[in-house]
Design a protein around this ligand. Structure first.
Ligand code: AMP
Ligand code: MG
Length: 496
């Protein structure tokens, strides 16, 4: 496939924009001043069929800033609703996001390009339609970090800064990212039409998702049940992957839940530093509704909201629809537990799960939790444990409860002995699943402060770092460290 030099020459298909106008509004981005391309995701550009050298073209920057419209773009903002912190909000929608359009990428898959921070839309309610530099950097980098960790996610093509002032708690500057995903459709898209009592609107939306992203289901009579089963299971598996790397989403409202099981809408997220099962990364979330250990349960509840909203698709008879929906919802716990157990198995380096392994896993997590010891570093160091009891593993230095650790270690070694695997092979396998580098808040904070002062070099450095989270990068050793004491309690809120 030849790469295009102009974004305008990508094969735009814009399926969503063919739907009835009730699903969206056509809206033009509001231009920004003094725009600068702070970072360009050259690899993603090439996946999209766009030459990396396009970054040098001022016409591309103008398109990515929302200062000019791409020739075959759709330019729509979509309407959705959602449950925010448990309460239903009847109308949300793309309040600051505008879809440029849907293109066929280099592999023939559909990808949606969406500007985030492009100015007001009919769904902005009282807000300004903008995004600040700080939150744009956070979203830009985390999509890539999660992707490199093998976790389904939206990504971003570009990070553009502007001089326009934006008022949050203080005065900040606007920025805009171009988000890329097969689809940004949310549970909330279905909730909107269900709770508006416009049930006839559900089917075209579901048919669009199925045709575009689940074509193998398209011909079946029970395609909606099959699709929803897939959504529930993908959601469960994605959340299991979050738990395995210590990722806290922070705002798991149903309007931030993807119908493709992607990680979506990076706001006040955080990767665990010290392990605390009840860690709350979003300081607006006072009750800890979205705490680390609540995420699987919340994911399950969110799926129940989606299934409620799609009942009319499942059966004409309401009782039978409920029965089918419950059957689908009940797939969540098993899908989650199965995936989570596979992930723990791999993180602990077990060849297969044995009867007592759950206990061994829980006891290790309890050790970390009791001592508030570093999650990422501890799992990384677990891979360096040798069966030979004459050697003291590095891990021992990281754990506060030495006595508890020594007792645990003896059992862990016996367990590894039971597998009888080659030690180097096990270590390599474990290091390929226990990342050395995650996007810790204090690293982001430094990159943000520099970028706010006009130096985007640290954004570029982090971008390169998180491309290879599992590899040793000796020159970047400091990026694997725990946060310094003064940076341990960086507080991140919904403000973005
Ligand atoms: P979030 O909490 O970022 O998931 O956003 C919740 C809702 O508020 C979504 O409908 C967003 O589009 C909207 N929203 C958030 N920030 C803004 C903003 N600055 N301008 C317009 N709409 C916004
Ligand atoms: Mg959102």
């Amino acid at each position: 496939m030849t790469l295009q030099n102009r974004i305008d020459d990508l094969p735009f298909e814009n399926h969503f924009a063919r739907l009835d106008k009730a699903y969206y509004s056509k809206v033009d981005p509001t231009p920004l001043d003094d725009v600068r391309l702070l970072h360009f995701n050259a690899r993603l550009a090439e996946e999209l069929g766009l030459a990396a050298t396009a970054a040098d073209d001022p016409a591309l920057l103008a398109a990515l800033a929302g200062n000019r419209k791409v020739e075959h773009g759709a330019y729509i903002a979509t309407v959705y609703a959602g449950h925010q912190f448990g309460s239903y909000v009847p109308q949300l929608g793309d309040g600051r996001a505008i879809m440029i359009g849907q293109v066929r990428d280099a592999r023939g898959e559909l990808r949606e390009l969406q500007l985030k921070g492009a100015g007001p839309t009919p769904y902005s309610r009282f807000a300004d339609g903008r995004a600040v530099l700080r939150s744009s950097i956070r979203e830009y980098l985390c999509g890539e970090a999660m992707h490199a960790l093998g976790i389904p996610t939206t990504r971003s093509l570009s990070l553009v800064a502007a001089s326009d002032p934006v008022r949050r708690e203080t005065l900040e500057h606007a920025a805009i990212i171009c988000r890329v995903a097969p689809s940004h459709m949310r549970f909330g898209h279905f909730e909107y039409f269900y709770l508006m009592q416009r049930h006839e609107m559900l089917r075209p939306l579901a048919d669009l998702v199925i045709a575009d992203h689940f074509p193998q289901l398209a011909g079946f009579d029970n395609r909606y049940a099959a699709w929803l089963t897939e959504v529930v299971e993908r959601t469960a598996r994605t959340i299991a992957q979050w738990q395995a790397v210590g990722f806290c989403h922070g705002v798991m409202n149903t309007d931030n839940m993807s119908v493709l099981g992607l990680t979506l809408d990076y706001g006040p997220y955080g990767f665990l530093d010290a392990f605390d099962a009840h860690h709350i990364c979003n300081h607006t979330d006072e009750d800890g509704r979205y705490a680390y250990d609540q995420q699987p349960m919340i994911g399950h509840w969110n799926c129940s909201r989606l299934l409620q909203a799609t009942l009319p698709l499942l059966h004409d008879d309401p009782d039978q629809a409920v029965e089918i929906a419950n059957g689908i919802l009940n797939r969540f716990p098993a899908a989650y537990t199965t995936r989570m157990m596979e992930l723990w198995r791999d993180k602990f380096g077990f060849a297969s799960m044995q009867e007592k392994d759950r206990d061994l896993i829980n006891r290790f997590l309890n050790l970390l939790d009791r001592g508030k010891n570093d999650f990422t570093r501890s799992f990384r160091a677990l891979g360096d444990v040798r069966i030979d009891s004459g050697t003291t593993p590095l891990l021992r230095d990281l754990i506060t409860d030495r006595e508890g650790f020594d007792a645990w270690l003896a059992e862990y070694r016996a367990r590894l002995q039971f597998d009888g695997e080659n030690e180097d092979a096990r270590r390599a396998r474990m290091h390929a699943v226990n990342p050395k580098y995650v996007l810790r808040n204090h690293l982001l904070q430094t990159a943000i402060e520099k970028a706010e002062a006009g130096d985007a070099s640290e954004v570029a450095r982090l971008f390169a770092l998180i491309q290879k989270p599992f590899e040793e990068q000796p020159e970047n050793e400091a990026y694997a460290a725990e946060p310094p004491p003064e940076a341990r309690h960086i507080s991140v809120s919904c403000s973005s």
